[in-house]
Design a protein around this ligand. Structure first.
Ligand SMILES: [Zn+2]
Length: 208
């Protein structure tokens, strides 16, 4: 897979998202000698919770996510909300990317804090999608509400997440506008490189 195609973030002492099933080795390796206390999910899709169980067990930390994502995170049924259950890509992800779930010990929601990051509910791509915003330096962990990559060509650029994996497009558009209204300066995506935002997100939110 190309660089930045699926991202995991270590911020303060928590790890956000966990790639696919085969990502666990490299994530665990990069966590060696680091202090981590929590693993949190923006959402429990197969491309972000595939290594959750391995990481939580590997470094002995709890898993947190929103109430709505909890069933998928715990069962590993990470493609449950995809609109087309019989699509070949849905089936592929279910078979090769997802894995057993892991017990969620705490559910988190709007205005909770993870360290200095405030939780922003951004439903649409999935029912309980969360973004994380550190106001002081305007860093935003976007998740998949917007992606910064053409998922076919891997070229960088802002896009809505693909319809195939998005539960409710209209709701997601509202969430994009909500994120743009925060005036974030540094955007960290589930897919694609980090973006220093000089109004690109706001323009994108006006266009859609
Ligand atoms: Zn994703």
């Amino acid at each position: 897979m190309s660089r930045n195609s699926i991202n995991t973030y270590l911020i303060e002492d928590f790890i956000i998202n966990a790639g696919i099933r085969s990502s666990s080795k490299i994530i665990l390796k990069s966590l060696a000698n680091k202090s981590v206390s929590v693993h949190a999910l923006t959402h429990a899709h197969a491309d972000h919770q595939g290594s959750s169980k391995a990481i939580c067990i590997g470094v002995n930390i709890p898993l947190w996510c929103s109430e709505q994502e909890k069933p998928q995170a715990e069962t590993g049924n990470a493609t449950e909300e995809y609109p087309k259950q019989n699509h070949i890509i849905t089936k592929f992800q279910k078979r090769f990317w997802a894995v057993d779930g892991y017990k969620v010990t705490k559910t988190i929601k709007e205005n909770y804090f993870l360290g200095e990051f405030r939780l922003i509910e951004t439903p649409g791509h999935s029912s309980g999608h969360l973004s994380f915003f550190r106001e002081k330096v305007a860093v935003l962990i976007v998740g998949d509400t917007v992606v910064n990559m053409n998922l076919l060509t891997t070229m960088a650029g802002l896009h809505e997440p693909p319809g195939l994996f998005t539960l409710d497009r209209e709701r997601n558009i509202k969430s994009i506008k909500k994120l743009a209204s925060l005036n974030p300066k540094i955007l960290c995506f589930g897919h694609g490189p980090v973006l220093i935002n000089n109004g690109q997100l706001e323009q994108f939110a006006r266009r859609i």
